[in-house]
Design a protein around this ligand. Sequence first.
Ligand SMILES: Nc1nc2c(c(=O)[nH]1)N[C@H]1C(S)=C(S)[C@@H](COP(=O)(O)OP(=O)(O)OC[C@H]3O[C@@H](n4cnc5c(=O)[nH]c(N)nc54)[C@H](O)[C@@H]3O)O[C@H]1N2
Ligand SMILES: Nc1nc2c(c(=O)[nH]1)N[C@H]1C(S)=C(S)[C@@H](COP(=O)(O)OP(=O)(O)OC[C@H]3O[C@@H](n4cnc5c(=O)[nH]c(N)nc54)[C@H](O)[C@@H]3O)O[C@H]1N2
Ligand code: SF4
Ligand SMILES: [Mo]
Length: 747
Amino acid sequence: MTTSRRKFIKISALGLGGVAASTTALNMFGASSYIDELVKENVAKNFKRTATYCEVCFWKCAAWTYTDEEGSIKKIIGNENDPHCYGRLCPRGTGGVGMYNDEDRLKTPLIRTTVNGEETFREATWEEALDLIASKFNGIKEEFGAESLALIKHGAPGKHLEHLFQSFGSDTIAEPAYAQCRGPRETGFSLTFGSWVGSPEPTDIRDTKCLVLIGSHIGENMHNSQVQEMSDAIDNGATIITVDPRFSTAASKSKYWLAIKPATDIALMLAWMNVLINENIYDKEYIEKYATGFNELKEHVSTFTPEWAYGITGIKPDEIRKTAREMASASPSVIIHPGRHVVWYGDDSQRARAMAILNALLGSWGRRGGFYFKESIKVPEFPAPEYPHPKWGWKEIGAKYPLAQMGITTEVIKCAIPSEDNKYPVKALMVAGTNITKSIPNKKLLEEAIDALDFMVVIDTMPMDVTGYADVVLPECTYLERYDEIRSATNREPSIAVRIPAVAPKYDSKPSWWIAKEIGERMGVGAYFNYTDYKEVIEWQLQQMGTSLEEMEKIGVKHFPRKSGPMYLNETGPHEFPTNSGKIELYSHELKNLGFDPLPKYTRHPEPQQGFYRLNYGRAPMHTFSRTANNPNLNDLKSENNLWVNPKVARILGLKTGQEVWLKNQDDIISTFSIKVRVTERVRWDSVYMVHGFGHQEKKLSRAFGKGINDTELITTVAVDPIMGGTGMRGNFVTILTENPHKNTEI
Ligand SMILES: Nc1nc2c(c(=O)[nH]1)N[C@H]1C(S)=C(S)[C@@H](COP(=O)(O)OP(=O)(O)OC[C@H]3O[C@@H](n4cnc5c(=O)[nH]c(N)nc54)[C@H](O)[C@@H]3O)O[C@H]1N2
Ligand SMILES: Nc1nc2c(c(=O)[nH]1)N[C@H]1C(S)=C(S)[C@@H](COP(=O)(O)OP(=O)(O)OC[C@H]3O[C@@H](n4cnc5c(=O)[nH]c(N)nc54)[C@H](O)[C@@H]3O)O[C@H]1N2
Ligand code: SF4
Ligand SMILES: [Mo]
């Protein structure tokens, strides 16, 4: 077992073998924990450390940035006391210093201008850029109302700009982490248990006996503490069951790998429910005590036998029974992982419901080794006037989707396209910390909307695809160069972490808290920004919380005792779940009343035509979406994506590993760039697979430009979840072109 653990950590933390061969990788991550320790000791002795939390992804691991006397960053190391990372960063977090060092960074504000009839950008001063933004925003506010100013944001910068927008009266706000990511699972789990899954997920992986991953590719999806807890669980003999059409890293660590036919997961889960109920191996006491709707569920799944599911999923009845029994024998210390990027086929809230119901049948919600009751501590709000009440905002825009709980990016974007019945006209767009041309599907819609806008501002650290569409581009400094809000995330116990600048901002870049304040003051809402430095906000908040910046500078992370009660169900008394009925709702009256299926059903989804393959995509351990492709350290580990092709397909098409190909999708969209084939048994014959985030079109990205294919440009068919508006992206099909379709055109 120990060897399997070490191998898992190595594969996941170092990124699939190849990494170990690179010398940069060696000194970046350390070849073994022994070297790791030596490096840490050495670094700790010789350099100054500053507390931060990582912004390379949204796990927000707390870390120390080490700098030398000249103020140059030497290393970033995980904070030992942090439940998000347990002292160890993932390769991306360690490589985060590359975000700071990247010489392609945005260096000054830029304003769109026309020279000799050609549109281009010119460098501008902050004064000029901010004045222009404030006057354009104020003009639009006067003519159309503040609501017509929309914000699409993600990550730490988003928080500051959200405050700005709400201050001047706009709630027209959305982020891709909802309708392109977690939205459906939050809806599905809220309907069932009454609460969001949230981030980090309250999965008690370290104590689980059985972890079921349904398309959740932990190990390539590098959410730090989850990966570490999973390897501990494997160490402790936990069973891993992976349902994935592709042989993922997690599948390679699993007792059972169920190579499901894509888009059929609900059928498998219904059959699992059928087995658990028919064989009487579900958690009867738990269901009787805490749940409602069991009889309806029993009746509903009675015909969904493993034999029925076999014809749909391709998974043998015997395997379905064996895995159901395995889960039941681990119950309640079993987790059907809710997944995270769950916008797949449009019935995603229903798939999330099926996951939630399975967890209920196994009695895992609120149980050790299942899901714990998470808790966080509220950071007091810095004094500011009350926000004005907008006449409309993300809620009204997304009203067609009754259970949307956050702004739907695509709906907000659609509002920029003028039409007679558009009640919510969006006239200007600010984009902060999100590369929407890569993270939001349906490029045609996006371009149509952007074309129709009066004004667009992008705040980014890098010249990305999205910055090319802006009228004004503002360069933000990286997370290593700024203060940001206090991190307070849910976990087993509450904790906070701070982000303190380790170095001064490079070039003429500025933090987004400053940008928000400067625009706010120019727009006449300065009262909401009653500080000269964000440090004052943090100092005030920390004081209210019984600590101080001085203390946080020393410890980086502070823990607080739980106040909401025990981490697991207190089984001696009754328990009220935060649902309408106070019980776990297996059957959902809420869905029924809204005209949706009260219990999840399997529906067939489109399949590839002859000669086409389903476009599957996912993560690589050393990259985050499109943001790291140009990062010098991480680009060094993986500079382009590959197209995984099954040997059978390769034979038919005569493809070889390393061969350059282009892709054309069902809507005749041809990839801008080419991708190299990787022939592998790890992908099914009906699909191809690539890592998301490559194929950059911005020429200023000296390392990433033109490397690999951008999956998003081939995602033009979107299956929208009618319940919450998530954009299902896994129903796109591609054919493989071996001849360069752009031979006669310049890109
Ligand atoms: N086709 C496809 N689409 C997807 C996904 C997929 O797998 N495939 N995944 C979906 C998921 S799960 C998610 S969560 C979203 C993610 O969507 P995004 O968050 O949009 O992802 P990124 O491509 O990383 O874009 C982040 C942008 O922020 C910039 N940035 C990084 N740090 C900072 C900073 O400190 N300040 C500022 N101002 N900018 C910064 C980066 O340079 C980059 O341009 O995408 C979704 N869309
Ligand atoms: N290294 C790294 N880690 C990350 C990120 C990153 O950018 N880089 N992003 C983070 C974010 S914001 C998110 S949301 C998560 C996303 O991570 P997850 O939620 O784990 O991933 P998904 O993208 O939903 O799923 C990808 C897996 O689903 C499989 N799959 C495809 N179709 C089907 C199907 O029909 N059925 C089943 N059962 N499986 C299928 C694919 O083969 C692939 O292995 O990752 C997080 N972690
Ligand atoms: S998981 Fe990795 S990239 Fe994400 S916050 Fe943690 S160290 Fe940073
Ligand atoms: Mo995500």
